[in-house]
Design a protein around this ligand. Structure first.
Ligand code: DC
Length: 449
């Protein structure tokens, strides 16, 4: 996991830079200013003056803010509603700056920001990321530019969104906002002592990005997700549009063919749940399809044997569905690495701790691979146990599959001790023990034969 903090005054290009870093590395971009803007929007909507601190504080119990990431894009929900660009209007900027000086508001938004960075690799921009939110971020950049240049950029940004504002107005607002943000008593917008200063006046977007990447690589090169050389897709959250489309087409069809029944579907977390490793027993070649079609809210990416990627069209299709090749004749490091990068991007991946298929055997007696434990230890991802049972099978075209979905296992439950020998194998074994227990309890409850 890597955490990159980008702080600095408004209009310095923080969001443009952070978005580019996110796009190039696959890690999530978190725009924390949007949270303050959302609170500002609510307060203004209630007709409360922006300097009425008590009025602002009295709104907080009625506000629920959620950060949701879909395909890597952040949406802030205010009491369940997406406000879109309404929070970008100049008046809301002034409200955001005012409410951000209220300590209770900062406290109110603190955990939302920290939680997202605990669960994901992030590039987060704001004013106090390096000083307060993530004081032990791997990289801290303080980005700024001259006042005039920042005002020019902000004008262009607003115009692109169809919001009209004069340069003079924007410059005046910006100066006022900078002064508020810098001089407030709590979490003032200043550089952390260990931040690297980057002044991008006169630098192009590409040059700013190159300069930032140089800083990032000098501080935490080995923590950056490895970019895959092939055209593998790193799916961030939930389902891609194409996957959703295919899922709906095949869901009913395969359910009919496999005659599969899903138990514990309610245990699958909501679409905005962070990284998850789905682990299951492995009895047949169709298990990945059965698992994928049993998950209603998430796309779990699977490894598939590399021979399948030689079949024209089929290869493209499974790639688009998020499958990626593994060479089963060797211990394929790049496939494991790709699984890690999916999880680091906050996505879902699936692995079979048994490695290969073990049809008809007692799963408790099969040997295990340590890959699942290794992936978990590297990413801190939670695990969703799934058990596939053909017991109580009635025959239709194929043997029936019962897919049993368990409750997610929090990574902390594994008590991982970094540097201790045998930890990967131990975690794999614990995961698989939970998978087997899930199956045994289901079979007992269903009198399975
Ligand atoms: O980055 P922005 O312009 O969207 O931020 C809006 C306001 O929110 C800004 O005036 C300062 C405040 N803010 C803050 O105090 N701390 C943050 N981490 C992010 C924004």
């Amino acid at each position: 996991m890597i955490r990159i903090a980008i702080d600095g005054p408004s209009g310095g290009g923080k969001s443009t830079l952070a978005k580019r870093i996110s796009k190039e590395t696959g890690i999530i971009y978190v725009d924390t200013g949007a949270l303050y803007r959302t609170v500002g929007y609510y307060v203004r909507g209630k007709g409360i003056a922006k300097d009425d601190n008590q009025g602002v504080i009295s709104c907080l119990p009625d506000i629920s803010i959620e950060l949701v990431f879909r395909d890597g894009h952040q949406t802030v929900l205010l009491n369940g509603k997406d406000l879109g660009d309404k929070i970008r209007e100049p008046e809301i900027s002034m409200y955001a700056s005012a409410v951000s000086a209220v300590p209770e508001v900062r406290e109110f938004l603190l955990e939302t920001q920290r939680r997202i960075a605990r669960e994901n690799s992030v590039v987060m921009d704001g004013r106090d990321i390096g000083t307060v939110i993530l004081p032990d971020a791997d990289v801290k950049i303080f980005l700024s530019a001259s006042n005039e240049e920042r005002a020019r950029r902000r004008c262009a940004e607003l115009r692109a969104k169809g919001i009209e504002a004069s340069y003079e107005e924007v410059l005046a607002d910006m100066n006022e906002r900078d002064a508020n943000d810098k001089n407030r008593a709590v979490a003032p917008a200043i550089a952390a002592p260990d931040a690297v200063h980057l002044d991008n006046s006169g630098l192009s977007l590409d040059e700013t990005y190159e300069a930032a990447m140089k800083i990032i690589k000098s501080k935490a090169k080995n923590k950056l997700p490895k970019k895959s050389k092939s055209k593998m897709l790193v799916h961030k959250r939930s389902m891609t549009g194409f996957y959703r489309f295919m899922w709906h087409i095949f869901h009913g069809f395969f359910k009919f063919i496999f005659n599969s029944k899903i138990y514990g579907a309610e245990n699958e977390p909501d679409a905005d749940y962070g990284a998850m490793l789905v682990c299951s027993n492995h009895i047949s070649a169709t298990d990945p399809i059965a698992i994928s079609l049993s998950l209603h809210r998430h796309q779990a990416c699977f490894m598939a044997k590399k021979e399948l990627f030689k079949i024209p069209l089929f290869a493209q299709l499974i790639r688009m569905l998020g499958a990626f090749p593994v060479d089963r004749k060797k211990s394929d490091v790049s496939a494991v690495r790709h699984t890690i990068s999916i999880l680091e991007a906050g996505g879902w991946a699936a692995m079979f701790p048994q490695g290969t298929r073990h049809p008809g055997e007692d799963p408790r007696k099969t040997s295990l691979k340590s890959g699942a434990g290794m992936v978990c230890a590297h990413t801190g991802a939670d695990v969703l146990p799934v058990y596939i049972s053909t017991k109580n099978a009635t025959h239709r075209l194929f043997r029936r599959k019962n897919i049993i979905i368990g409750k997610p296992i929090k990574f902390e439950e594994f008590g991982y001790e970094k540097g201790k020998a045998g930890e990967y194998a131990r975690i794999s074994a614990e995961i698989f023990d939970r998978v087997c227990t899930l199956g045994e309890e289901w079979e007992k409850a269903n009198n399975a034969k």
